[in-house]
Design a protein around this ligand. Structure first.
Ligand SMILES: Nc1nc2c(ncn2[C@@H]2O[C@H](COP(=O)(O)OP(=O)(O)O)[C@@H](O)[C@H]2O)c(=O)[nH]1
Ligand SMILES: [Mg+2]
Length: 203
């Protein structure tokens, strides 16, 4: 592993719509979740310094798979791209499918060590985010909040959202520091890389 690089070597493993298709449940993994369009795919690409590892899209809301990636060619370390939630035009059936998929995954996955939660910095802590956070707490999982698309705000505006978000998280008894992030400028990539490695390596 190249420890000097602030990027991760991320390789696609599989896209799964059923729990029985997941890669074997061993080692340590970190899952990325957030509202549709918050930038999950772009963040995975930014972490790998790639443009095409994960598909980015302006048309959210298709039935999605859970996508598994390996980190730094180590079969024990995985990154998991969970389907996004909160898509305004999602049908009842899609919402139910989402709930079923995420519940199956979170309930069954022994190797899950933490959640990276993505919010669009311009629209943080929406109802669906609050629900998801409450859910993470039930599983006693650490949560790393990324305030993504920080390039869309001025530095000062970004810092204001950051400090308000810290307070929100403390109220929810979630103690990991939120991060200002931009998948576009790669602001925050270095810190997130460190945090992911410390989660998967120290478990
Ligand atoms: N300006 C800016 N746009 C972003 C950023 N991250 C994602 N986007 C854009 O937001 C849209 C949704 O991104 P995507 O990665 O597909 O989101 P996902 O649905 O959460 O996987 C795309 O048009 C991206 O180019 C960011 O940090 N800054
Ligand atoms: Mg995506």
């Amino acid at each position: 592993m190249n420890r000097k690089s602030s990027y991760l070597n991320i390789e696609f493993l599989s896209a799964c719509t059923e729990a029985k298709l997941y890669p074997e449940d061993f080692g340590n993994e970190v899952a990325i979740c957030g509202r549709s369009n918050s930038g999950k795919s772009s963040i995975i690409n930014a972490l790998a310094n790639s443009k095409k590892l994960a598909k980015t899209s302006n048309t959210p809301g298709r039935t999605q798979s859970i996508n598994f990636f390996s980190i730094n060619s180590d079969v024990d370390y995985k990154l998991v791209d969970l389907p996004g939630y909160g898509y305004a035009k999602a049908s009842k059936k899609m919402q139910k499918d989402w709930g079923r998929q995420i519940t199956n995954y979170m309930n069954s996955r022994e190797s899950l060590r933490g959640i990276i939660l993505i919010m669009d910095i311009r629209h943080p802590f929406q109802k669906a985010d609050q629900d998801f956070l409450a859910w993470c707490r039930q599983y006693h999982l650490p949560v790393q909040l990324l305030l993504n698309k920080a390039d869309k705000l001025s530095r000062n505006q970004g810092l204001n959202v950051l400090s308000a978000s810290k307070k929100e998280l403390i109220n929810l008894k979630l103690l990991n520091e939120p991060l200002l992030f931009s998948a576009k400028t790669h602001d925050g990539v270095e810190q997130l890389t460190k945090n992911i490695l410390s989660w998967v390596e120290s478990a």
